[in-house]
Design a protein around this ligand. Structure first.
Ligand code: ADP
Ligand code: MN
Length: 515
């Protein structure tokens, strides 16, 4: 939209739209008015107008509105309240633009015009959206609910004699219309009209209703667009705030861009900022943002639901918090691995569903996944033994099973293999822990056998080598059956003793318990 910049920059270029000249209050003197429908709808224009306005209001924070990927220089984003308000304003402005369009459509060229002024989001600064825990979209629900309107009985009138009021009575009808605004989509702002003795004419009501419906459709479209937008926009406003804060606090220097967009997470690269006395910030960081679109996580329930470490909390949590638990889980698991000396990203900080860790790679280029790198046969063999060793350490020292181990989640960096992506990792005594381990073994074994490592154990041998179990079945089906029998034994033990075995034992030794 080329004309947008011009329109925003030069408010007096050309005459304003028809409604402006007819407006009995005259044109507002401070804001610039766009020229066409397309302009009114333009997000870019809205943004520019907003920037202009904010420039006047808060000159020092405006630069932060340009996007989440900014350096810490010259920007004062210290006020969360301010940032939250800016986001709210962006929302409100979009809403107002749509309202203005609707108003224009209804009034057309008519001499008498209806003003939607009262339905505008007059004062965006009023919203209380500073508190991090509050979902600022939820705060838009109107707490000032009117009493339900008295209904007109079937016969169509109430009262007696000359006091009869029918359902067509103007006052009743008007009040009813006002009350019915409640049924508009929750995103639709009806102002505080509901709480007042407001009487809407049918015409105005219908116009508003129409507007509410199209608004609902539009916001659904907008939502969809947001969901599928480019990587930079893949984070929601709340996440953007978290990222702002990290840059603003000096912990991160710059967030440079996106490394990966998966179904469940988006990973960004960032240059580390200033280390403090108690926190060393690596020169390059990876930021893993767990997606707050919930449906992607449904099929992962089984990992966390049955993980006793999270069991008590699981049932009490709302979906948003469950997603935070994934991030938390990844953090805990990475820390265990770090303590065991397994090459993996080092945790820097966890904030809600955002995990910052050290970056595996250099100069913004992430280390290649094992599936993408061509190794010499010598390196391939080296990698294999390293992984065998890591799997054993993971199992024995960290008491973990990766549960998504494959050439996709191993990076080749500095002549060795690094394990990543451990949010789904579980303890071996997880009800499906051994099955997950067997699957990991199958992936690793197949990858290295195909990759020409003659020494590579087959999946069953690898499973025994990692777990220390001695399952003797010589075919996959029986092997799997024995694994499941062990898992069941553990579950029964939990049922009977209220406690899990801390390790599995294959040789009939009494089980060892956690203290
Ligand atoms: P998921 O597969 O669940 O989306 P991952 O943790 O596997 O999430 O991250 C996705 C991709 O991002 C990885 O395949 C890797 O390329 C990159 N990545 C993740 N963490 C790091 C890191 N610490 N350093 C470098 N690259 C990383
Ligand atoms: Mn992965």
């Amino acid at each position: 939209m080329d004309s947008v910049g011009v329109a925003a920059a030069a408010p007096d270029a050309g005459p304003g739209p028809a409604w402006q000249s007819k407006c009995p209050w005259g044109a507002p003197s401070t804001t610039s008015i766009s020229c066409s429908l397309a302009d009114v709808m333009s997000e870019q224009l809205a943004k520019e107008l907003q920037l202009e306005e904010e420039n006047a209001a808060f000159p020092e924070v405006v630069a932060a509105a340009e996007g989440p990927f900014i350096t810490g220089e010259n920007i004062d984003t210290s006020s969360d309240l301010m940032l939250a308000q800016m986001l709210q304003m962006e929302f409100d402005r979009e809403y107002d633009a749509q309202l203005r369009r609707e108003e224009k459509k209804i009034n057309g060229d008519s001499k008498v015009s209806i003003s939607f002024e009262n339905y505008r989001k007059v004062h965006p600064y009023d919203s209380d959206s500073s508190e991090d825990e509050v979902d600022w979209q939820d705060t838009r629900h109107d707490p000032y609910r009117a009493d339900k309107p008295t209904t007109t009985p079937r016969r169509g009138f109430i009262g007696k004699g000359k006091d009869i009021t029918t359902k067509h009575d103007e006052v009743v009808c008007g009040r009813k219309n006002t009350a019915r605004m409640e049924n508009f989509a929750p995103e639709f702002q009806v102002g505080d009209g509901i709480g007042m003795d407001l009487k809407l004419s049918n015409q105005v009501f219908n116009a508003l209703k129409q507007h509410a419906y199209s608004e609902e459709r539009r916001s659904a479209r907008l939502h969809e667009k947001k969901e599928h937008s480019t990587a930079e926009k893949a984070v929601d406003p709340k996440t953007r705030l978290l990222l702002y804060k990290m840059v603003n606090s000096g912990m991160l220097e710059t967030i440079t861009g996106c490394i990966s967009t998966g179904k469940e997470s988006v990973v960004f690269h960032a240059y580390g900022g200033n280390s403090t006395e108690d926190k060393v910030i690596p020169p390059e960081c990876a930021i893993k943002v767990f997606k707050t679109t919930l449906n992607e996580f449904k099929n992962r329930d089984k990992y966390i639901k049955d993980d006793y470490r999270f069991k008590d909390r699981f049932s009490k949590l709302n979906p948003r918090k469950i997603i935070r638990m994934w991030a938390e889980k990844e953090m805990h698991n990475l820390t265990r691995m770090q303590n065991a000396g397994i090459p993996c990203p080092q945790v820097v900080i966890l904030k809600k569903h955002v995990l910052v860790m050290s970056f595996i790679g250099q100069d913004q280029v992430p280390a290649p996944k094992l599936k993408d790198v061509t190794l010499s046969s010598e390196d391939m063999k080296k990698a294999y033994y390293q992984i065998l060793n890591m799997m054993q350490q993971l199992y024995r020292e960290c008491n973990l099973v990766h549960a998504d181990l494959s050439e996709y989640n191993m990076l080749w960096h500095d002549g060795k293999v690094w394990l990543i992506d451990v949010s789904q990792s579980v303890e071996p005594t997880h009800p499906h822990g051994l099955e997950f381990l067997f699957r990991d073994c199958r992936n690793v074994s197949q990858f290295f056998q195909k990759g020409g490592v003659a020494e590579a154990l087959n999946e069953r041998e690898l499973f025994n080598a990692v777990s220390g179990l001695n399952i003797t079945a010589d075919n996959e089906v029986d092997f799997q059956a024995e694994i499941e029998a062990l898992e069941k034994m553990n579950e029964d033990h939990v049922q009977n003793h209220g406690k899990k075995l801390s390790t599995f034992s294959s040789d009939g030794d009494p089980p060892i318990y956690d203290e």
